[in-house]
Design a protein around this ligand. Sequence first.
Ligand code: PMT
Length: 401
Amino acid sequence: MTSLSGKSVLLVIGGGIAAYKCLELIRLLGKEGCKVVPLMTKAAEQFVTPLTVASLAGTKVYSDLFSLTDETEMGHIQLSRAADLVVVAPATADLMAKLAHGIANDLASTALLATDKSVLMAPAMNVRMWRHAATQRNLKTLIADGVLIVGPNDGDMACGEYGPGRLAEPDEIVAAIRASLATHPRVLAGKKVLITAGPTREPIDPVRYISNHSSGKQGYALAAAAVDLGAETMLVSGPVHLPLPPGAQVMPVESARDMLKVVEREVPCDIAIFTAAVADWRVESAANEKIKKSGKDAPTLILSENPDILKTIASLKSKRPKLVVGFAAETENVLEHAKAKLASKGCDLIVANDVSAKGDVFGSDQNAVHLVSANGVESWPRMSKAHVAEKLMAHFAKLIS
Ligand code: PMT
């Protein structure tokens, strides 16, 4: 038995090429014992047939707002409320715009407006449509209204273009459905949380770089915890090998300077958490071609200091986040160094951890942290990074309430 068995989802299928992925989504949900009631827009019927959807779901497909039988049997109001969650996949630009503006002119948009349940949207569209100011405006409105978002992912698109706009994979949507149905109080609904995670890479030449051992696990766990509490979650991530946390918007970066640019674009926000292990130095002039062994002396690398992202954001005047949290990765005198960082970086709180071999934090699934603030030090026992993240997010939510 899984956390989805016995649950019921109203699946609104929008009209996009990615509609075919709904068939796999219905199959995966069915495998977990989750009932799927399909509702298709007229456009969706151009991409997959109602017969295929009905056969997989094992139930009839709803599509007509004015069907007398449906209105007597159930009606669009009951249809939207009988489920535990309403999922829209693919959520087209049109469906997003309709819900953002409260337009109800077909069965899908009417059910979305009439529901008293949470709505999870999995957007999918052409990359330019996704990036269009109107869609981004609608996305912000939907998030502020408490709509949950999973994806879109980056990649090759059916239209031949490349970028964000691909429907999240069916297993990612299932994970987001599971998270949406979890019984966490949504204390961060309407709040924006920005998290940096992973290492940065500072190029030496086109094939070599300076980096560190951060796996991104602690930062990604924080992003998942922020999503669970209902926050609009922006995850600025250095290169890692982790599945994307469903519901978070992931912005991949490479170097410290790239990371700063994206972070500056994303403020103001309510909470900013800096878990990334940012390289303190970069090679002053990275070579354009691979450096060859000369057979004589080894090359000398001249380093220059990277911008301090945490310090930059903590010292903002009008755009400073309400709560700025730094992490401190130390190999000795953990508390002493963490207290010094709290003062020098200007943040509200430092979460310190011991990254020496003895501490076993980098890449591990566990962590032991100390919360260092103007109020003193609070040390937590070693626990899973997911649990650290849940406890930290709940603590941060209280601090800004
Ligand atoms: O990724 P994992 O394998 O799960 O490991 C987790 C972690 C050890 C990376 C994480 O828990 C952690 O401690 N992150 C902070 C790593 C770090 O760079 O610490 P620091 O003490 O060097 O930096 C202090 C703070 O300043 C950090 O919040 C860091 O993000 C920030 N910083 C540092 C340098 C810089 N140029 N810009 C920054 O913003």
